[in-house]
Write a protein that binds this ligand. Structure first.
Ligand code: ATP
Length: 478
């Protein structure tokens, strides 16, 4: 039984399941069943007209049929909806190459490589005589939206002079990859609704950036300002990265997520300059949320650093975050780490990351939400989630996702081998969960050692201690 026929059977059970439709469409494409692929992608578009994978699927069908103009129109539409869709640029590169327009083909290939450095299309690379690596060196990254007049900070000439800028010539070869202006369709894909639990953190983010923009007069009346710094920390897999992505879909202002590869540079001094340029971009586009995932790699404790270059970077970061800088006021900086003990304590001073929020493994209501999110669009037999919620105490969101993915794999494999659709059942999910040890356990064990060394009323670990001391979070349950 082929992959596509197993998926077709599964679809009979869940005909409007978008994920299955896309999987089946791709399988049909691989097996060159072009008519079937077109029909399936069209069904996916009936379910969600802006589904870009389905649009791209149809574009690929048209290209394989030799309809270059039809393929180009569809691929352009995908790029309109998602400017950074590497696959659409890659397809356009192929289309232009077969039309004999080598310059445009190279242009789109370079764009695809710039967006996704891991993509690979050896045949196209051979034909173009260019590798993904070469293309990444050549192609300009997508430019940020220019700041609108209203969103520019008022600017204070005296202040600007006062704060000496060590980087007076701007490094214009640097541009952030993930800069989203409000209204960018790409940024609304994940919102707070996709994140189970974390209500305190969600509200804190709204208080610091969303509400001040919605109710500026009220904020003025209460003398409250926008922005600041929030540090989020906790065991791996509990949704820190997910919530950082969701902030983009939630806040009504510019959003800039910093990739570590955009900062680190082998040339002496360039790393600090890149970091400075990132903050400058955020200030020029304020109000803006500036997001640093894996903060520990940038904000390390200077006492543990040997290389002077790294120490300079930490000093630069502290300087950029300095609370005295009036031009930081409409910037909310959010940093996430699962190694809070590795951060330089100076980052916790007022005006920097002065607020730390612990993101624990999801509690029962949050697990219920995550389970509901994970069960959505999957061929799952009706089930009462209570037993699964109970059985997954101490699991991170990533652990829960693993349980669902593994159960889906097992059900799919059974469907392929029996030739009958096999739904994911509660029994299967419970069996998978039972065999899994939550990945958060080792983190808590290591955390105890670090927490003992860092006592004090404003220790970063206070929230975590409270969590551990709560009766419902006894060792047995974790
Ligand atoms: P790390 O510290 O290792 O970077 P993390 O805390 O950033 O981990 P994520 O990468 O955000 O964890 O989570 C991994 C995946 O687990 C997410 O992509 C999502 O599928 C799932 N997940 C985790 N937490 C949640 C949550 N609260 N709600 C919904 N899904 C979640």
């Amino acid at each position: 039984m082929s992959k596509s026929s197993a998926l077709r059977d599964a679809l009979k059970q869940s005909p409007n399941n978008l994920s299955l439709l896309l999987l089946y469409g791709r399988a049909c494409l691989e097996e060159l069943h072009l008519d079937e692929a077109r029909e399936v992608f069209a069904r996916a578009l009936d379910v969600d007209p802006d589904q870009t994978d389905a649009q791209l699927g149809i574009a690929k069908v048209l290209f394989l049929e030799g309809n270059n103009s039809g393929a180009a129109v569809r691929a352009e539409r995908v790029i309109f909806l998602e400017p950074n869709n590497a696959q659409a640029h890659l397809l356009l590169s192929r289309v232009y190459l077969s039309e004999g327009d080598r310059a445009k083909a190279l242009d789109h290939f370079d764009r695809a490589a710039q967006i996704d450095g891991t993509m690979s299309d050896p045949a196209l690379e051979r034909e173009l005589g260019r590798t993904t690596r070469d293309a990444r060196k050549t192609a300009p990254a997508p430019a940020p939206e220019p700041a609108s007049q209203e969103t520019q900070p008022a600017g204070n000439a005296d202040q600007d002079e006062f704060f000496d800028d060590p980087f007076d010539e701007p490094p214009f070869d640097w541009r952030p990859e993930t800069f989203y202006a409000p209204g960018d369709p790409e940024r609304n894909r994940v919102t707070f609704a996709d994140v189970g639990g974390m209500e305190e953190l969600k509200e804190e983010i709204r208080l610091k950036i969303t509400y001040p923009l919605q109710f500026p007069d009220l904020y003025k009346a209460y003398g409250r300002k926008t922005g600041g710094g929030i540090l989020i920390y906790g065991p791996p897999g509990c949704g820190k990265t997910l919530i950082l992505r969701a902030v983009a879909g939630e806040v009504p202002c510019n959003y800039l997520a910093v990739g570590l590869h955009e900062i680190f540079d082998p040339y002496f001094g360039s790393t600090e300059r890149n970091l400075h340029q990132i903050f400058e971009t955020a200030r020029a586009n304020a109000p803006c949320v500036l997001v640093f995932d894996d903060l520990d790699s940038l904000a390390q404790d200077r006492r543990q650093i040997r290389e002077s270059q790294m120490r300079n970077l930490v000093n630069q970061f502290l300087h950029e975050m300095d609370g005295i800088r009036s031009d930081n006021q409409r910037i909310l900086v959010i940093g996430a780490t699962n190694q809070p003990w590795a951060l330089d304590p100076a980052f916790r001073r007022p005006g920097r990351f002065d607020q730390a929020i612990f993101v624990p493994p999801p509690d029962a209501p949050a697990r219920a939400q995550i389970i509901e999110l994970l069960a959505k669009d999957k061929p799952i037999a009706d089930f009462d989630a209570a037993a699964l919620i109970e059985a997954t105490n101490g699991f991170s969101g990533a652990d829960l996702k693993w349980v669902f993915d593994r159960a889906a794999e097992l059900a799919l494999s059974a469907a392929i081998h029996t030739g009958h659709p096999v739904p994911i059942t509660l029994e299967l999910l419970l069996a998978v969960a039972k065999a899994h040890t939550p990945t958060t356990q080792t983190w808590f064990e290591g955390m105890h050692t670090h927490a003992q060394k860092q006592d004090g009323p404003d220790s970063i670990f206070n929230d975590m201690r409270k969590f551990l001391n709560a009766p419902s979070n006894s060792k047995k349950e974790r």
